[in-house]
Design a protein around this ligand. Sequence first.
Ligand SMILES: [Zn+2]
Length: 414
Amino acid sequence: MKAILVIADGMADVPLKALKGRTPLEAAEVPSLDEIAKKGICGLVDVIGPGIPPGSDTAHLALLGYDLIESYTGRGALEAIGSGVDILPNDLAFRCNFATVDADFIVLDRRAGRITSEEAATLTAAIQESIKMNPPEVGDILFTNTVQHRAILRLSGPKLSAFVSDTDPHRTGQKVLQAHALDENPEAEHTANVLNTLTLQLHDALTDHPVNKRRASNGLPVANAVLFRGVGTLPELDPLSLLYGIHPAAIAAVPLVKGVCKAAGMRLINVEGGNGTYETETKAKAQAAITSLQRFDFVLVHVKATDLASHDRNPQKKIQMIEKVDVLVAYLLQHIDSEDVFLAVTADHTTSSVKGEHSGEPVPLAISGPNVRRDDVGEFGERPCGRGGLGRIRGVDLMPILMNLLGKAEKAGS
Ligand SMILES: [Zn+2]
């Protein structure tokens, strides 16, 4: 027995006036999602807990069955390993943004006008050179850009601590923050000093760089500062293969979700055209999932852009993206052996198109497959799934439920 778990990021929503009181999922045409609901069993999932808006990192950890208190060690390291940066157990990883600041370090643009990846790579080379000439007091330091304005900072060494605050003020019009220690240890103080020194040093390395001169002359925001946030260390997760006896793979485009899956011991499958944007090729992802089933018995397929549309407060775009998820599911339904493969569909959290943010309402779930105990739900959505046979479960309940269906659950007691 095998299973495919489709997670559409932030697919769940709230009823919207513009959609006559329906959610985007209820307003979308999703015959294949409806088919899973009709053939299978449905429910609502409080991914972290009732009323708690999850982050995408914690949400995926919970849906993969991990206890957050034991497993969550910050976003930075997950995103770093998802970007292909090597992180060892004692390393600190920060998420970084190239940003635009004025002479007083007031942030004018947190993303430096979404600078191109090519420009960011050239600036990164200058930063690396500056660090080499004038290394901060840490054992080892790595700065690398990823996509557009995003970058990763890795610090390694004996005198470091993850108990430091961000330098990113998280909004424009405010000054770049001084990092400070969040506990009494000298290591935290030292780490904060390293970040504050780097803030000044990188500003010097970037200010008169030819890339920025060119941007300025073209009227574009310059990338003259780097903001640090989301420090994390590598989580110590028991791999899914050990926990459940499965051989798992994941198809995802965004570094954070890739990082969570990698930390959980899932093999990452790269899909050309599956890129985490509105243009993502969901059918290519579905094809890759079907091919992967030959080698793996548990395949997670993640689609990001449903969430982007809600952050953009664009319900029509969200409907379009949900319908693209339906295309993915249609392909899966056509190509799986329904006597051998379970299909589960859910979201990692609700993203409210009203607030443009993650929200604490539960998400719908439907599971179809051989001998699934069917309920009376006939369509996939926030409301109908609330009447389903699974009732209301927590995110960490999903894996045990799927493993029971796959025949991988261990008996409790004798
Ligand atoms: Zn998410």
